[in-house]
Design a protein around this ligand. Sequence first.
Ligand code: NAP
Length: 288
Amino acid sequence: MSAIQTAQLMDGTGLAKRVVEEAAARAGEISRRAGTSPCLATVLVGEDPASVTYVRMKRARSAKAGIRSRQIGLPATTTTAELVDSLTALSDDPDVHGILLQHPCGPHIDERAAFEAIAPEKDVDGVTMRSFAAMSFGLPGFVSCTPGGIMRLLDAYDVDLAGKHAVVVGRSAILGKPAGMLLLAEDATVTYCHSRTADLPGIVREADVVVAAVGRPRLIRGEDIKPGAVVIDAGYNRGNVGDVDFDTAVTRARLITPVPGGVGPMTIAVLLAQTVEAAANQLGIPHR
Ligand code: NAP
């Protein structure tokens, strides 16, 4: 009986810990040199339980890394204009270095208008059009946190992307689309798939690198993973299930992210790292 091959797991929890430790050390240095610590403003509209939990988690992690947070809780009845005013005030406040608008904000809010009220230098969640454009042009700016975390994972596991066929399943503005642009910047040949894609399995079968960013449990079947491919599963579905059928994909991939413990922890780590970087830029603390 031959042993079943299994992929190496990409340990997002361990890498995220190292990224946060680095950010914490830099936050400490900023505090010593500037006399003030980095500050992240979190803005939450309404009291959606999942959003409340996410914000609480982000604030707790910030505190552990030596990042202050300022919580702005707005009632569910807040209008787009009021939210824009609040974000504009934070953008103008020199004591705030990064701004996170927890979304979705509710169907009555024009989220694009709200995001655009965040000053680019404080856009540590990488949600503004200017941040997206800078990332796409390879110019300085903050990247969307989950795609940024995916790229750090690929780098940590020495995945050479040049000339590889990367298939990104999902094209949301915060995840799929920017992930594809970052892969392109590393010279991968990128294919985007989405809900209207014809023959998704056929395209996945051609992929050297698969990034699943859909939100459909086990949509990507293991039998469609090319032997030796790298599989990044950003999906997170009820019951700790990703967008990839892990049990079968793990027998064909070379590297694969577990769910949980893969992409998830990297998102907050990148948020904290970018908040510290924003503070350093705004307070004029260059790297020694
Ligand atoms: P989203 O805005 O709902 O976008 C989903 C994308 O998947 C869309 O582009 C959609 O296509 C595509 N899609 C839907 N059904 C499909 C199908 N059957 N075949 C191919 N493509 C399909 O979701 P998102 O915000 O990008 O999040 C995606 C997943 O990542 C979710 O599970 C979410 O929980 C997870 N996530 C994780 C993190 C993290 O920190 N780990 C962060 C953010 C999101 P259309 O554009 O055609 O509709």
